[in-house]
Ligand binder design. Sequence first.
Ligand code: FES
Length: 151
Amino acid sequence: MASLKLQVNGGEHSVEADKDTPLLYILRNDLALNGPKFGCGLGECGACTVLIDGKAARSCLIPAGSVQGNPIVTLEGLAKGDALDPVQQAFIEENAAQCGYCINGMIMAARALLDRNPRPTVDEIKQALAYNLCRCGTHIEIIKAVQRAAE
Ligand code: FES
């Protein structure tokens, strides 16, 4: 056990945990941030995606001790007060969720994409979200939502 200091959604949090504990477990179990989802636990589905240093990262694979000092943003940290992030708003307006389980990862990966490329092509959107799995099949709406957020 160690005392880990994590910067999450603009605040510093101290957590007693083994430094190898997956970041996802700390976010969900210790900080009650349930935006990131547990899907595969193997880095393959993208449901657990968060932003670390502004880049999309799979929190199920990242030892919490390795990201002390790095800014971490979860789905809960995207909104500014009552104002949703434009990506969140666009996903609602395009009805881009069916079961919704993948949506955390889709939104976080889309946010990272738009931060580095504000006007992505459809191919660039597909490429950026290619490793975020959706089994319901709302891919068309998801792509439209990312395009809407980019407007
Ligand atoms: Fe992390 Fe699937 S739960 S990639």
